[in-house]
Design a binder for this molecule. Structure first.
Ligand SMILES: [Mg+2]
Length: 178
């Protein structure tokens, strides 16, 4: 069950302390695209996200986008954020995360995954041994399959976090599987 839980949960990217990421040895950040950096299938940039994103860049983190969305959508978004990316990634399969880390040239323990979905982003990255951050989706619009299936799992995980049945520790758990 531990595989379901993120290392950190935030309601917005700007809540993530960049210095804290450095302090725990993170050198690279992999972003989910839809509802994490941009609203689902939309290019409406949000100024607070952009501000935080550029701070992360200035702090010299390696960054890439890892998305299950189509080629054109991902390539356009990579142009907007000026970072490399992987499209049709096949998250939550481990292969997707390994591909992104190969692109960044980092090890799992140096890499954080930030995404809005437990099922694709968090489970996959936990299994790959990465630091995981779950962020609240930017918009309510999304792929219908996501809404029906995956969000139920999120509700359960968030309910458990809120009930404090699991504690979200802002540090690496020493028994994390590699
Ligand atoms: Mg997403």
């Amino acid at each position: 069950m531990k595989i379901l839980y993120p290392d950190m949960y935030v309601s917005s990217l700007k809540e993530i302390d960049i210095q804290f990421l450095k302090d725990i040895g993170i050198k690279a950040v992999i972003f989910d695209l839809d509802n994490t950096l941009l609203p689902w299938n939309s290019n409406n940039l949000q100024s607070d996200i952009i501000d935080w994103f550029y701070k992360l860049k200035e702090a010299e983190f390696k960054i890439c986008i890892l998305s299950n969305n189509k080629r054109n959508r991902v390539i356009n978004s990579c142009d907007i954020f000026k970072v490399p990316g992987v499209y049709k990634a096949g998250k939550p399969r481990r292969k997707a995360f390994l591909k992104a880390m190969r692109l960044l040239g980092t090890l799992p323990q140096e890499t954080a995954m930030i995404g809005d979905q437990v099922f694709t982003d968090i489970i996959g990255a936990n299994r790959a041994g990465m630091y995981t951050i779950l962020v609240k989706p930017i918009s309510k619009r999304e792929f219908i399959g996501t809404r029906i299936v995956n969000r139920k799992l999120e509700k359960f995980v968030l309910w458990r976090i809120k009930r404090k049945r699991v504690s979200i520790v802002k540090s690496r758990s020493p028994d994390r599987q590699m």
